[in-house]
Design a protein around this ligand. Structure first.
Ligand code: CTP
Length: 391
């Protein structure tokens, strides 16, 4: 059956991109019905959206003709997914507060379907404490709020706040609906982020991993229809659409979460796991003249453990963050840990936390050098290769 999207178009300059989104949704084989807020109607006309969607466009809560043809509640029930794009700061605030003072917000309050919001606003509005609070509230309520893109803005400023590109919104729609296929029916485990190893109740050992590459891989796998379990160390990233996330703190928690999540068809271990832990003190270590000495114990190697496990996934992929002899170290690591593939990267620059990555894929067949690209493109390419390998 054709998936049905209800698209709510808010009032921002990015509303013009909603036209392209409607076109892409139709091209992907889904139907789309549009609702325009008053603000949205200042930027695109109902006529444009009606022509592109080939469906009536709804604008008013008080339109008797609309109400006679299709009840407002029914509008939101007759969709498989509600998409808000662009989601303005005002619309996000009204959604977070549960306000229902126009057709869009009434539908959002009345719906029992998943909601995906693609924000677009000025960078300062996006970074304002009120918007941060509203986004956090909405995510806790189960709404998938995408991260806006970063770049030059219509208002002349620069930063996060641009509407994600329509292609990216479409990918998230497909991930939410689990409809794009190649990995459907497959279960894939992904680890991401750093681990924190406590020293005492207030201190811990950590590393610079941001989780971006691992989260992008989880999103790319979900986009291909996989059931993805993402075991994440402490990071500040939103959960990608369609992904089940388990938050952990230490390496041992991560190992236990992976063990519980088995069986799986593939495991992609991207996390920067702490190699060592200390026996944490139950109370805060006080300054007493000489600095304390920490004694370390080795953490379990999750990758090596999984590769040797009788329940070993058919494909086990590790990452190797190296600063020297990248390929030689990665090749040795592949053999030592029993992984099928190692994705190696040079982390001596600003890769950790950065937006781009340049990786080498080390497999039984040899080494492939991939050009530098954004982390989500590395993820899409790797997910594609994983789908090929599992096919
Ligand atoms: N890894 C793991 N468990 C650990 C350490 C690492 O699962 N305790 C995984 C990482 O998720 C990654 C791969 O092993 O996929 C390589 O991690 P890396 O830190 O580069 O390897 P190490 O074993 O720590 O080797 P070294 O520190 O000597 O480079």
């Amino acid at each position: 059956m054709q998936a049905r999207i209800l698209l709510i178009v808010g009032g921002g300059i990015a509303a013009y991109k909603a036209c392209e989104l409607v076109r892409l949704i139709r091209k992907a084989g889904m139907s789309v019905r549009c609702v325009l807020t008053d603000g949205g109607a200042q930027f695109v006309t109902p006529m444009t959206l009606a022509a592109l969607s080939e469906q009536a466009v709804h604008t008013s809560l008080w339109d008797l003709k609309d109400e006679a043809e299709m009840g407002h509640i029914q509008l939101s029930r007759e969709a498989d997914l509600v998409v808000v794009a662009p989601a303005t700061a005002d619309l996000l605030a009204r959604m977070a507060a549960g306000i229902a003072d126009d057709l869009a917000t009434t539908l959002l309050l009345a719906t029992d379907k998943p909601v995906l919001a693609a924000p677009a606003m000025n960078v300062r509005m996006w970074q304002h404490a009120a918007t941060r609070r509203n986004v956090e509230r909405l995510r806790a309520d189960g709404v998938t709020v995408l991260e806006p893109d970063e770049g030059p803005m219509a208002c002349g400023e620069f930063g996060p706040g641009r509407l994600p590109e329509p292609e990216a919104i479409l990918r998230n729609i497909q991930a939410s609906l689990g409809t794009s296929g190649r990995l459907s029916g497959r279960h894939v485990l992904v680890t991401a982020g750093p681990t924190h190893e406590p020293i005492d109740p207030v201190r811990y050992i950590a590393n610079r991993s941001s989780g971006k590459q691992g989260f992008a891989i989880a999103a790319a796998l979900a986009y291909l229809g996989a059931r993805v379990t993402l075991v994440s160390g402490p990071v500040t990233l939103p959960t990608p659409a369609g992904v089940t996330r388990i938050d952990v703190e230490t390496a041992r928690d991560m190992a236990a979460a992976i063990d519980t999540a088995l069986p799986a068809d593939a495991a992609i271990l991207v996390a920067a796991v702490a190699d060592w832990r200390v026996e944490p003190s139950g109370s805060k270590i006080k300054k007493q003249g000489t600095p304390p000495s920490l004694s370390f114990a080795e953490n379990p190697d999750i990758l090596a453990g999984l590769a040797a496990d009788p329940r070993r996934p058919a494909l086990v992929v590790g990452f190797a963050a190296e600063t020297d002899d990248v390929i030689a170290n990665a090749t040795a690591k592949r053999a030592r840990k029993g992984a099928d593939w190692i994705v190696a990267n040079d982390v001596s620059g600003d890769v950790m936390g950065g937006a781009d990555n340049r990786v080498h894929l080390v497999t039984e067949a040899g080494v492939e050098d991939w050009e530098q690209m954004p982390k989500d493109q590395v993820a899409a390419r790797l997910a594609d290769r994983i789908a090929d390998a599992l096919a």
